[in-house]
Write a protein that binds this ligand. Structure first.
Ligand SMILES: Nc1nc2c(ncn2[C@@H]2O[C@H](COP(=O)(O)OP(=O)(O)OP(=O)(O)O)[C@@H](O)[C@H]2O)c(=O)[nH]1
Length: 321
């Protein structure tokens, strides 16, 4: 229970387009030395919460919100989750909500500001992560959404600075930012905690001219699952050849050489990140979530191609009696 008279719990909403680095930032927060007990609510798009599985430390508490996007439609489940968190975790200092990559973070913060939470939650900041190398691709994939996301930011994290030059970063800043928006440039979303949590982020004063289009309602997803292992080279080829209508793919694979990987496709950039061991708690050996926009991408044929990369586990040897 929240103690009567206790200060309202600060809430940070982390937004930003698909693949910008939000989960990377959450991992930085959860493994960081900031002296705060942070509870994280993760809202992934699609039926499986891959982001929750990608989060490596759960010291403060991790809560998965995967029943669709919490910024739109009926968000009663989200309200209930906040209520549960407040009731059960009186020892936490800060709540961080990772929005899905197709969400409008401002709408999520609107829920935090509901009158029922007035004495218990405090909207601290909307932090929006930007893929400095992929912002144009994001705009092309879902016109209106990425602009609206940055337009609601109290703090912008211009991430993936390792992939672009100074000139491109300066051009981005000149094109997209508002005079009173604070920007931190990062690699792997390593934003200093004294900026994130020290109450230094002042709310934006100048209203954004970007208006959110309801494009998140046009986002579609498919899930591929298989048991056994996969032929990595073949799978790499399939993912590298996906139509541009599929903007994001993420998941986990077991290769036929025994290695396990987290897989990320963001726009046209594909990466395989080797894991120390296979993840537990997933409902298949190999899982990929594919997210796209617009005309429904040809998911059936993509899933069939992925099936062609699977190498099912050999059946257990039968006795000879
Ligand atoms: N090169 C580079 N890659 C990065 C950086 N930050 C994150 N990534 C990679 O970008 C990919 C997507 O990162 P995530 O943190 O999963 O992105 P996200 O915003 O949570 O993605 P969604 O939840 O799908 O919207 C992963 O492969 C990360 O390792 C960075 O600064 N530089």
């Amino acid at each position: 229970m929240v103690t009567k008279g206790a200060a309202p719990m600060p809430v940070t909403v982390i937004g930003g387009f698909l693949g910008a680095g939000k989960t990377t930032l959450v991992n930085h927060i959860l493994s960081g030395d900031h002296g705060l007990k942070v509870a994280v609510l993760v809202n992934d798009f699609g039926a499986i919460n891959i982001d929750a599985a990608l989060i490596t430390s759960i010291e403060g508490g991790l809560y998965s919100l995967s029943n669709g996007c919490v910024c739109c439609g009926l968000n009663q489940g989200f309200v209930e989750q906040l209520e549960e968190l407040l009731a059960a975790r009186a020892d936490i200092d800060h709540i961080v909500i990772e929005a899905s990559g197709v969400a409008d973070p401002a709408r999520i913060m609107d829920t935090v500001r509901y009158s029922r939470f007035a004495s218990r939650l405090r909207a601290d900041a909307i932090v929006v992560v930007v893929d400095a190398a992929g912002f144009d691709e994001a705009i092309a994939a879902a016109p209106g959404l990425a602009e609206a996301q940055i337009g609601s930011a109290d703090l912008l994290i211009l991430n993936k600075t390792d992939l672009v030059g100074r000139e491109q970063l300066d051009a981005w800043r000149a094109r997209w930012t508002f005079p009173d928006t604070r920007i931190v440039e990062t690699m792997n979303a390593l934003v200093p905690f004294d900026i994130l949590f020290a109450g230094e982020i002042s709310p934006r004063r100048v209203a954004s001219s970007f208006v959110a289009e309801p494009v998140h309602e046009q986002a579609v997803s498919a899930i591929w699952r298989s048991e056994g292992t996969v032929d990595l080279k073949r799978l790499q080829k399939v993912l590298a050849g996906l139509p541009t209508a599929v903007f994001r793919a993420k998941g986990f694979l077991r290769a036929n050489d025994g290695r396990c990987f987290a897989v990320h496709l963001v726009g046209t950039r594909l990466s395989f990140e080797q894991l120390a061991k296979a993840l537990e708690g997933l409902d298949a050996d190999n899982i990929l979530v594919l997210i796209g926009f617009g005309e429904r991408p040809p998911f059936e044929s993509i899933l069939a191609q992925l099936d062609g990369c699977a190498e099912p586990a050999a059946p257990a040897a039968k006795g000879t009696a």
